[in-house]
Design a protein around this ligand. Structure first.
Ligand SMILES: Cc1cc2nc3c(=O)[nH]c(=O)nc-3n(C[C@H](O)[C@H](O)[C@H](O)COP(=O)(O)O)c2cc1C
Ligand code: SF4
Ligand code: SF4
Length: 435
């Protein structure tokens, strides 16, 4: 059976599945039940200074559902822990003592002053916790007070606070990044420059989930008003994967350990983050939706897949997808595909035809001899893949690589590799050729 254990900055855990800093990790009762269920580690709900913050007493969550009421995205306006610091620290020490084989990292957020950070870090160190995670990501409430993403959006602040923490502690320092920024590479570089041992990402995405059209206010609505919140869940996974990939392949941060966060719901999601270089993954929404036991499916699924693939350890496939993430300009322009419809699977709903006819390349028939019939016209198909994505039947439409002559362009397909950098239509490549 595959060995799922991980070593993240010297912090060992029996599997890569950690609970992210959030309500599932805000007290000893929760964390110990999570460990019993099998979670490899937790990042404790963000601690701040006393007096503790105060949350709204009205609704704090909003959501986007699929038509079958599956939770696609969750949004919240919750702040950091609203329990006294002393209570949290006492419980953290007890949990670490009771569960020495699990990872216990503590998330922190205090005002952006040297004395504040240098005062709280030793208190955490005294609990025996394995590490700290700096919450530079929370996009609501705390950011209005100059903390959270207000720090995470300024690389100079990230570097400065990270350095203060590194000067103060023996513990590994993980810098948790906000996705509410144009280019994730800059904050990641700053975390590294400040001496940060790792980054974790993403925190939540700034969002208004919906407007209630009866009282014209954002949801969740507190006495007629709403405020933007932080979005997470399956919908944010693509953004998170992209940001992780950017950091993994940036020359300045390549090799910087990463804990991947954002929409991890199944073992497959976790494997994707790990394939992009993450050592561990963190989970919040899936645990809040399905409960702590969901980790059992994650562990079994990942382990079975690794066995099937012959991977003995996480390291055997970690980072394997990074070299395959490239810039558009390096994609092979000689790779020609056409859509193929499996007539046995087709239920003749016509979605592919409408999509291609109205918004793509008029490359799918709708009738043959007066009967509904959907077939690809190779002379028109540009291989865009839209029909595959709108078809309601799995694997009914597939993309097939062709060779020989492309029926659309009537030109022979070069079997070699050629990209935009050398294409004759590229003004830059023409210039190079002319020089
Ligand atoms: C209700 C709620 C509270 C959260 N509180 C914190 C927090 O205190 N500190 C923090 O770093 N992240 C916090 N997060 C963000 C999560 O740790 C995580 O980064 C985010 O939810 C993305 O992961 P997911 O898609 O698995 O939920 C919170 C998320 C939710 C839903
Ligand atoms: S791949 Fe694109 S162009 Fe080709 S049939 Fe499908 S939608 Fe039309
Ligand atoms: S969308 Fe799929 S099922 Fe519907 S007609 Fe097209 S190929 Fe058939």
């Amino acid at each position: 059976m595959a060995d799922l254990s991980t070593d993240f900055l010297g912090i060992r855990s029996p599997n890569p599945f950690w609970l992210a800093s959030a309500p599932p990790t805000d007290k000893q009762y929760n964390v110990e039940r999570a460990f019993k269920a099998g979670w490899g580690g937790v990042v404790w709900k963000t601690l701040g200074e006393d007096p503790n913050v105060v949350n709204v007493n009205g609704p704090r969550y909003g959501a986007v559902h699929s038509n079958d009421r599956r939770l696609i995205a969750l949004n919240n306006i919750e702040l950091i822990t609203d329990r006294p610091l002393e209570v949290n620290l006492r419980e953290i020490a007890e949990v670490k003592k009771n569960w020495p084989d699990r990872a216990l990292v503590v998330s922190l957020m205090v005002p952006c002053e040297e004395k504040n950070w240098k005062s709280i870090v030793p208190l955490v160190e005294a609990t025996g916790a394995d590490g700290i995670e700096l919450n530079f990501g929370c996009p609501h409430g705390m950011s209005e007070r100059g903390m959270g993403s207000a720090v995470g959006q300024v690389p100079e602040y990230i570097e400065m606070v990270t350095r203060w923490c590194k000067q103060t502690t023996r513990m590994p320092v993980i810098v948790k990044l906000t996705p509410n920024i144009t280019d994730i590479r800059y904050p990641a570089r700053a975390a590294k420059a400040g001496g940060g041992d790792a980054v974790s990402l993403i925190n939540t995405v700034s969002s208004i989930m919906s407007i209630d059209l009866d009282n014209f206010a954002p949801t969740p609505t507190i006495d007629g008003k709403g405020s933007h919140g932080g979005m997470c869940g399956p919908a944010v996974k693509p953004m998170a994967l992209n940001m992780v990939a950017e950091i993994a392949r940036d020359a300045a941060t390549r090799g910087l350990p990463i804990s991947g966060i954002g929409g991890v719901t199944t073992w497959r999601d976790a494997a994707e983050f790990i394939a992009l270089g993450c050592v561990t993954v963190q989970v919040c929404t899936a645990a809040m939706t399905y409960g702590f036991k969901i980790v059992e499916e994650m562990i079994d699924g990942l382990s079975d897949w690794m066995d099937r693939k012959g991977y003995r350890t996480i390291e055997d496939f970690r980072g394997r997808a990074v070299p395959n993430v490239t810039d558009w300009q390096y994609l092979n322009l000689n790779y020609v595909t056409k859509a193929r419809i499996d007539q046995d699977l087709c239920i003749k709903c016509g979605r592919c035809h409408i999509a291609c006819e109205d918004t793509s390349h008029q490359a799918i028939t709708s009738m043959l001899d007066g009967v509904r019939h959907f077939e690809v016209i190779d002379e028109e198909c540009v291989g865009c893949n839209l029909c595959v994505n709108v078809c309601p039947i799995d694997n009914c439409i597939t993309m097939e690589r062709i060779s020989g002559v492309d029926p659309r362009t009537k030109r022979p397909i070069d079997p070699g590799y050629a990209n935009w950098t050398t294409h004759p239509n590229n003004p830059a490549s023409v210039k190079v050729a002319a020089e």
